[in-house]
Design a protein around this ligand. Structure first.
Ligand code: NDP
Length: 289
């Protein structure tokens, strides 16, 4: 039986970070140290781990991270005031508001106050609107959401052409599924977006030359759902007793796909790397002004 090539997200991410390190050194030589503000409200342990990983990744590249740690009972106007202060601070090039926010805060309202110029997560409605409007890759906004951007980089790393292909995305969240679909459209794939109400999911996924799973259901995508030779990108991260698994039944799908991302070690390492890339781009834009 054929064995899919494993797409090594760690290696792709490492190569990109190496390139970014050179760009950071260059910015510093021109008197600009890229700065990322990491806003973490409260003490959710998982969020603390994610933010620490992002800050460590910044340190390694020479990006200055500025930790903002409001208490979990902060009122929305006060949080917004803190974000506005970061918007005005020239040492800050990117603002990351770690999600989820505590329930009493309105996430969309808070994110709308991050300056679109510093929106390194790409979640500001203006940047999402620009993503929606883009007819091709060169019309994309400066900031596109990090996980979707990382997924496209991994497809590109296979050398498989996206244009003209049938792409199927399973999952329609604002954070992953929808932006992935829009990015694939901007690369001229023919895109189908599936979700929990899709009838006969397998029939649709079997058409896919490029299949992206962003669902959050362990091993939902089985070998029978995959077209032979497809590129399979597994965004899912599901914690089971036997460790982390994706949304794809990895071992079985390896027998069918041409390329596949593992979990962990696939999309995950790309997400933080794209955040670093967005922060560097923001600092470069400031230098160019
Ligand atoms: P959401 O829960 O926001 O969205 C899940 C999507 O999957 C929804 O659109 C839902 O449909 C759809 N869905 C649920 N069940 C089914 C099903 N049985 N068949 C088809 N579609 C289904 O999740 P996210 O998009 O935020 O995340 C998806 C996965 O990606 C999670 O495992 C998450 O942990 C992981 N993730 C990984 C990241 C990384 O860096 N590697 C970053 C972000 C997320 P409907 O809209 O109808 O409810």
């Amino acid at each position: 039986m054929p064995q899919a090539q494993i797409i090594d997200g760690k290696a792709v991410a490492a190569a990109l970070r190496e390139q970014l390190k050179g760009e950071v050194d260059d910015l510093i030589a021109h008197g600009v140290t890229p700065g990322l503000a990491t806003v973490l409200v409260g003490e959710d342990p998982a969020s603390q781990v994610y933010v620490r990983m992002k800050e460590k990744a910044c340190d390694k590249l020479g990006i200055a991270s500025h930790g903002i740690r409001p208490a979990d009972d902060i009122e929305e106007p006060e949080l917004i005031a803190q974000i506005e202060a970061l918007n005005a601070d020239p040492a800050i090039h990117g603002i990351l508001v770690q999600l989820p926010l505590p329930k009493h805060l309105n996430t969309q309202r808070v994110l709308r106050h991050v300056s679109p110029e510093k929106d390194v997560d790409g979640f500001h409605p203006l940047n999402l609107g620009r993503l929606l409007s883009a007819k091709s890759w060169d019309e994309l906004p400066r900031f596109i959401p990090c996980t979707p951007a990382g997924a496209i980089r991994l497809i590109d790393s296979t050398g498989v052409e996206i244009e003209g292909k049938e792409a199927v995305v399973v999952g329609r969240s604002l954070i992953v599924g929808k932006p992935v679909a829009l990015l694939l459209l901007a690369r001229h794939a023919t895109v189908t977006l599936c979700h929990s109400r899709t009838s006969d999911l397998a029939e649709i996924t079997r058409r896919a030359d490029i299949l992206v799973a962003a669902v959050g259901v362990p091993r939902l995508v089985t070998a029978e759902m995959v077209k032979p030779g497809a590129v399979v990108i597994d965004v899912g991260v599901n914690r089971l007793d036997d460790g982390l698994v994706g949304d794809v039944d990895f071992d079985a799908v390896c027998e069918v796909a041409s390329h596949i991302t593992p979990v962990p070690g696939g999309v995950g390492p790309m997400t933080i790397t794209m955040l670093l890339a967005n922060t560097v781009r923001s600092a470069q834009a400031q230098l160019a002004r």
